[in-house]
Design a protein around this ligand. Structure first.
Ligand code: NI
Length: 384
């Protein structure tokens, strides 16, 4: 397949994404050797390359001539700094719908947007080639890569604890991910009394984005925050209810614990695609940025909408739901029960006194008491 696109990089330079051709054999071998020397997250070691410049050239020629495979190169200032490929899993009828995806970028060019651009181009090319599923494997410790893939629609479907054996670190767990390439079938929007088409689209968006989260940030969490926020808004002085609704629904879509996006990229992309005007996008982003606990210790959000959504999110960290989420998050991040208990003292028990609205304070009272009752019982049962 053939491809060519020029993209701006975060440092002001431009990058050309293009299919590699026969003439790029040496450049491809060089970037392969370099990237495989730089990181322990890729499949092979430089001494295992096993390809000559001529073989790489032949490989690129075949990919360019292929109707459904491609090797993309990323070029900055005339040199190749990264590569990514889409290849078929197999030719048999039962697996023809599946394609593999792999990527590597010279570490001196990380954090410029090249990885994301290569990923998006490969997704588009895989769709164009008629595949229905794009697959990848990534080392579980490669958190930045995993966050990038998640934010581009890949979903984890399994793990292989002994997937790689590194010469340096021993076993490396592999995360298996897949991305649907077919457009999702039109969803029956959850019938919400009085909610606009935009709010319903946001609901569908988060239900899809968080469908595979088992760490306490699933779509159900977002929907509870949305309902809590509307309930608080109802009881508090007038505010913009649609900004509250959108801020609540999108409050976790760029959470740094879950996604590697910057500057509310996921939220902005969604709202822009929905035709929301710039001023309202900024208003929603202000709400989202006011929600984070760690970034806002002791600071009261400036807008009423921000204060409401922050309270709504904090309510979901209290009570029985808060307890369930704390252990789910801890388990998903390899934390012991004791470490999760510690989190009650470091965060959860402090939340009641940091709420902004009277309505949320009232709702929090019972939930806060329940946390204390739980801790007392837990302490009694675990005392030696
Ligand atoms: Ni949240």
């Amino acid at each position: 397949m053939e491809y060519r696109e020029t993209i701006p990089l975060k440092d002001g330079r431009t990058c050309v994404l293009r299919n590699g051709t026969e003439a790029d054999g040496k450049a491809l071998l060089d970037i392969y050797l370099l990237t495989h020397e730089q990181t322990d997250f890729l499949l092979s070691y430089p001494d295992e390359a096993g390809m000559t410049v001529q073989q790489e050239a032949q490989f690129l020629k075949q990919k360019t001539e292929s109707p459904d495979e491609i090797e993309l190169l990323a070029e900055v200032d005339g040199s190749v700094v990264g590569a990514a490929g889409v290849g078929r899993v197999g030719g048999k009828v039962k697996v023809r719908h599946r394609a593999d995806f792999g990527i590597s970028v010279d570490e001196r060019y990380w954090h410029l947007g090249i990885g994301r651009a290569l990923t998006r181009a490969c997704i588009a090319l895989a769709k164009q080639a008629g595949y229905e599923q794009l697959e990848l494997e990534a080392v579980a410790d490669n958190e930045r890569a995993l966050a990038l893939y998640r934010s581009e629609g890949f979903r984890e479907y399994g793990r292989n604890p002994k997937g790689f054996r590194s010469r340096l670190t021993g076993w490396q767990e592999l995360v298996l991910m897949r991305r649907e390439l077919r457009e999702p079938a039109a969803r029956e929007p959850e019938a919400e009394e009085g909610s606009s088409a935009l709010v319903q689209a946001a609901m569908a968006y988060v239900q899809d984005l968080f469908q595979n989260d088992f760490g306490g940030h699933d779509a159900a969490h977002t929907l509870r925050v949305y309902h809590n926020a509307l309930a608080i808004a109802e009881a508090e002085p007038p505010c913009d209810r649609e900004i509250v609704a959108l801020g609540a629904l999108l409050h976790d879509v760029d959470d740094h614990k879950l996604f590697a996006t910057e500057n509310n990229e996921n939220a902005r992309r969604f709202l822009t695609a929905q035709g929301v005007d710039g001023g309202r996008i900024e208003a929603v982003c202000r709400v989202i940025n006011a929600v984070s606990f760690s970034q806002n210790r002791g600071r009261r959000p400036e807008t009423p909408e921000g204060r409401i959504v922050q309270d709504a999110d904090r309510l979901d960290a209290l009570g029985a739901v808060g307890i369930a989420r704390t252990f789910a998050y801890g388990g998903a991040h390899g934390r012991s029960l004791e470490a999760s208990i510690q989190h009650f003292h470091e965060k959860l028990l402090l939340l009641r006194d940091e709420l902004n609205t009277d309505t949320a304070r009232r709702l929090a009272e019972k939930r806060h008491r329940f946390l204390n009752a739980f801790l007392a019982e837990y302490g009694e049962e675990t005392r030696a």
